[in-house]
Design a protein around this ligand. Structure first.
Ligand SMILES: Cc1ncc(C[n+]2csc(CCOP(=O)(O)OP(=O)(O)O)c2C)c(N)n1
Ligand SMILES: [Mg+2]
Length: 426
């Protein structure tokens, strides 16, 4: 393809099943539309050593997991199913509400929504312990919600109010909660990956050097396909593999980086292959199927928790809205959008829960109603919350407030009484 030929249209490929799937409801509908290849096979390159291969074998093909459990045809319990469903519904309803509030002028700056990608957040984060950490991107609201940050605190942050999880100073792209070990959304792409690697290093250091034997905390680093072409990603893969850090690199490959097609921008679009290149397992999974994501996540998180090192997971997913709420979304092919819309991960989970008799329509409706109330409440709470006082302006920006700059009169702004009137820390 020549560079000037424009974004390549992604054509559906019907995959052949790699093993018997008819006895499993998840795999019975295996006609997956994908651009890379199998969503079912863990592929390791020869560059991996035999001992690494042994530990890597804990990450198994999703089809094998499904087959192993096919006696019961269940990949999760009723409680787990309802928890995951509620989390996905919360993510979707929260983001839809954000769109409404943004267009009503309640939010400022860029707001990037997560619609369509819920299976990744819920599939991974609902398996974590409270002490485990999550590092996100600017598309971070739903990661924070899945990790337990209350909807009120996330919505208030979006409204720029003091009751937000960053006291209104972070906004949409910078969700942070020390209490929930959400170590930030990051507006600069790739910036979160070294932070996540550092968090994983902390866990290992505590366990091995400070002898905190019960410190088995895992860090998940979420980022996009476009970000995976950034140098920090490669540096961190190297360090994580070298030091066997308890981290999972979760690439949310939604095929686009703003208006740039992944296929046009990436020399080898199979991102998972970069794992084995650095000596860690790489897995490609259908990111529109929460049950498959969850199985892969279980193995990768388990591996990290047992001290067996990092894993790179590429989740092939799709965003149902434009890059941000300011994006008219005119570049993506309508056929491509329609194809992924038909694979809505929430609809798929609902179907599975009902068909496998894990939940009734009424139970799921009750969850949807409860979530609607949570989201409505979050909006009311955010709307009624106070805006930050001026005294907050210079807090949490520079350790030394003189860093805030020099005014036109050549004096430090912090020395100008008019500028600093009411500020607490100057
Ligand atoms: C260091 C840096 N360079 C460029 C940008 C501009 N930018 C914002 S989003 C984005 C695309 C990222 O795409 P991807 O990683 O696929 O994430 P997605 O938006 O699809 O979730 C770019 C290049 C940025 N924020 N930071
Ligand atoms: Mg992307």
């Amino acid at each position: 393809m020549s560079i000037s030929s424009g974004p390549k249209i992604i054509r559906p490929i019907t995959l052949q099943p790699c093993n018997r799937s008819s006895d499993n409801p998840i795999l019975s509908d295996h006609r997956i539309t994908t651009f890379i290849g199998s969503t079912r096979t863990l592929r390791l390159t020869q560059s991996i050593s035999s001992s690494q291969r042994r530990s890597a074998s804990t990450i198994v093909a999703v089809s094998d997991v499904a087959k192993r459990k096919s006696n019961k045809n269940l990949l999760l319990t009723k409680e787990e199913g309802l928890e995951v469903y509620e989390d996905m519904i919360l993510g979707r309803a929260f983001e839809d509400m954000c769109a409404q509030m943004y267009y009503r002028g309640k939010m400022f700056g860029f707001v990037h929504l997560y619609n369509g990608q819920e299976a990744v957040s819920s599939g991974f984060i609902k398996l974590l312990k409270k002490e485990d950490s999550v590092v996100s991107t600017y598309r971070d609201h739903v990661h924070a919600l899945s990790k337990g940050v209350p909807a009120r605190a996330v919505m208030s942050e979006l409204f720029g109010k003091t009751t937000g999880c960053c006291r209104g100073q972070g906004g949409s792209m910078h969700m942070f909660s020390a209490e929930h070990n959400v170590l930030g959304g990051f507006a600069f792409i790739g910036e979160g990956i070294p932070v996540a690697t550092g968090a994983a290093f902390t866990s290992k250091y505590k366990r091995e050097v400070l002898k905190e034997a019960d410190c088995d905390h895992v860090t998940l680093a979420f980022f996009g396909d476009g970000t995976a072409n950034n140098g920090q990603f490669f540096e961190c893969l190297n360090m994580a593999a070298l030091w066997k850090l308890p981290i999972v690199f979760v690439v949310e490959n939604n095929l686009w980086a703003i208006g740039m097609s992944h296929l046009r921008a990436t020399s080898d679009p199979a991102i998972w292959k970069k794992g084995p290149a650095f000596g860690m397992p790489g897995v490609h999974v259908d990111g529109m199927d929460v049950l498959k994501v969850r199985e892969v996540a279980k193995d990768a998180i388990g591996r990290a928790r047992r001290g067996e090192g990092p894993t790179l997971v590429e989740c092939e997913t799709y965003r149902f809205r434009g890059h941000s709420l300011a994006d008219p979304d005119e570049l993506r092919d309508p056929n491509e959008k329609a194809r992924y819309a038909a694979r809505d991960p929430i609809t798929a989970l609902k179907k599975y829960l009902i068909e496998s008799k894990l939940a009734s329509e009424a139970e799921l409706k009750a969850i949807e109603k409860k979530v609607d109330e949570v989201v409505e409440d979050a909006v009311e709470f955010a709307d009624e919350s106070p805006v930050p006082s001026r005294s907050q302006l210079l807090e949490n920006v520079f350790a030394d407030p003189r860093g805030f700059g020099i005014g036109p009169d050549g004096r430090y702004r912090c020395e100008d009484p008019k500028f600093t009137q009411g500020t607490a820390q100057v």
